[in-house]
Design a protein around this ligand. Structure first.
Ligand SMILES: Nc1ncnc2c1ncn2[C@@H]1O[C@H](COP(=O)(O)OP(=O)(O)O)[C@@H](O)[C@H]1O
Ligand SMILES: [Mg+2]
Ligand SMILES: [Zn+2]
Length: 510
């Protein structure tokens, strides 16, 4: 009986964990078995690893080969363990040469191996390299062998040696000390996506201002109005007025996109808030993520620390809209799966756009919908979801001359104000760990950061008249802080609070 072992890293939803791969060869009917909560893709490793070893000029032992993955109780998914399995198997071969075994003893205990094998012994790229390497480094591993195609992404992790390989044969030569692997990850520039400019938007002063406030506090916003009025146009200009991600945020966001397999190969670092705009036919699964095996993050998680834009949101299914409540409230997505609950970060800013009714005429007066149809259309958005929307704007057709005369302010100018307001919020909430007003719990706004009776008067009036719910009042207070930040004021005054309440009242569903 001979034992070989190697380490890899597995992903269970967003959580990465080091996995020890042990290969045991023994007499008995020749065969290849994998144990330890392996999913289908992983069990198929048998069909890849054996030919990959043989086609790399190696020897697959003609014995009973059992590969065990530990910890056994952790569900393991996907093909990313192939490389570690192949390494452990060649080390478990009693006929392996001494040089390989020596190297195995030297290098392998402090190395993690990530990669899928092709039948020909090629090493294919895998998802989630960034979070896996962060975990490997945390667990004390000093080097990693990764698919060459994942080198740029792997290079984002400092403090761990990265070796990129394209073929299993190269990894064997490297283990023997006969050859080097590529150990120079290419320098990575952050991926920047040019955003269209706010200067293109003529008129719509109130909506522009609302978008700026939303950007400054990361508040959820709903824009309604007749078609062709610039709702989509304006929403698509939001990324251009948002501050870039901080270093930690960039890695956090990049890790999610890495798990989704959505990173551009050459410029894998996401440095700007993502802007994710799924079609209104998006399913609950696509929104929240899930699926069997390595659960994929949904669009809500891809929008983490950025924007989820749902255009024509009144066309969305009620189930899909309803599914958004939990991530909006908790900043993360929980998906129940056969093997437990998977959790992904999803602290996002929701931007909704909708026509006021199904027939969507340019002027409201031409509407041919029944009263019931009209109410039902936006009514879908009412209730608990709408309670979480801080800003509602009703956009109207511009006056005849507006299109000719009013020139829009460029995004750079708006962004400057947004950045200043965000900085003020970061400084205020720093010791609490929040970055934006949008994520501050209501209890804090009513407690430690309580406003004086003068400033609170509008809230009392609205509550008394039933024009706002208690949760709505909390959200209006959040918005008031953003209005104060944009003014450069220390704290909100009565006017900020009153304005904030009106932003919730306007334009929306009711
Ligand atoms: N305020 C505006 N300023 C400049 N162009 C506009 C404006 N509103 C609409 N447009 C033009 O009309 C087109 C349609 O606007 P869009 O944003 O798609 O409308 P909506 O989403 O409200 O139906 C835009 O691509 C743009 O060319
Ligand atoms: Mg539109
Ligand atoms: Zn209508």
């Amino acid at each position: 009986m001979t034992l070989g072992r190697a380490f890899s890293v597995g992903l269970n939803a967003f959580r990465a964990r080091v996995v020890e791969v042990q290969a045991n060869t023994s007499r008995g009917t020749p065969g290849f078995f994998i144990t330890g909560l392996a999913d289908v893709a992983l069990r198929e490793a048998r069909d890849r690893v054996r030919p990959a070893i043989v086609n790399s000029g190696g020897n697959f032992p003609e014995l009973k080969v059992v590969v065990a993955l530990a910890p056994a109780n952790m569900p393991k998914a996907g093909p990313g363990f192939d490389l570690a399995m192949a390494v452990s198997i060649v080390l478990a071969d009693k006929d392996a040469d001494d040089k390989l075994l020596e190297a195995g003893a030297m290098l392998v205990p402090s190395t993690v191996f990530l990669g899928e094998l092709g039948l020909d012994g090629a090493i294919r790229p895998v998802r989630g390299v960034l979070p896996c390497l962060l975990e490997a480094r945390r667990a004390g591993f000093v080097r990693a062998v990764v698919p060459r195609a994942n080198m740029a992404e792997a290079g984002l992790v400092s403090g761990i040696e990265i070796h990129g390989a394209t073929r299993f044969a190269d990894v064997c030569r490297w283990l023997r000390g006969d050859a080097e692997l590529d150990d120079e990850p290419p320098p990575v520039d952050g991926l920047t996506v040019p955003s269209p400019d706010m200067a293109d938007v003529v008129g719509q002063g109130q909506a522009r201002r609302a978008l700026e406030i939303a950007a400054a506090g990361m508040h959820h916003i709903l824009m309604t109005g007749p078609p062709g009025i610039g709702k989509t146009m304006l929403a698509r200009r939001l990324p251009g007025i948002l501050p870039s991600l901080g270093e930690d945020e960039a890695l956090e966001v990049t890790a999610i996109h890495s798990i989704a397999g959505a990173l551009p190969r050459r410029r894998p670092l996401i440095v700007e808030p993502p802007f994710i705009a799924p079609h209104h036919s998006v399913t609950v699964t696509a929104l929240l993520g899930g699926g069997t095996g390595t659960a994929r993050p949904g669009v809500a998680s891809l929008a983490h620390r950025g924007v989820l834009f749902l255009d024509e949101c009144a066309e969305m299914g009620a189930k899909a809209l309803d599914a958004l409540r939990q991530p909006l409230e908790e900043g993360e997505v929980r998906v129940t799966r056969r093997d437990g609950v998977a959790t992904y970060p999803a602290r996002l800013q929701l931007v909704l756009a909708a026509n006021p009714c199904p027939c969507a005429p340019a002027h409201d007066i031409d509407c041919v919908c029944s009263v019931v149809a009209r109410r039902r259309y936006l009514g879908k958005l009412s209730g608990p979801l709408m309670d979480r929307i801080d800003i509602r704007v009703r956009m109207n057709p511009p006056g005849n001359t507006a299109l000719l005369t009013e020139c829009g302010e460029p995004s750079t100018a708006v962004r400057e104000r947004v950045v200043a307001a965000r900085d003020a919020a970061v400084a205020r909430w720093a010791h609490h760990g929040w970055r934006t007003n949008g994520e501050v719990p209501g209890s804090v706004l009513r407690g430690e950061f309580r406003l004086g009776p003068e400033a609170m008067r509008p809230v009392e009036l609205f509550l008394r008249d039933g024009r706002v719910t208690a949760r709505g009042a909390d959200r209006a207070l959040r918005l008031a802080w953003t209005l104060a930040d944009l003014r450069g004021a220390e704290r909100p005054n009565q006017d900020d609070v009153a304005q904030a309440l009106l932003y919730r009242d306007r334009g929306g569903a009711a």
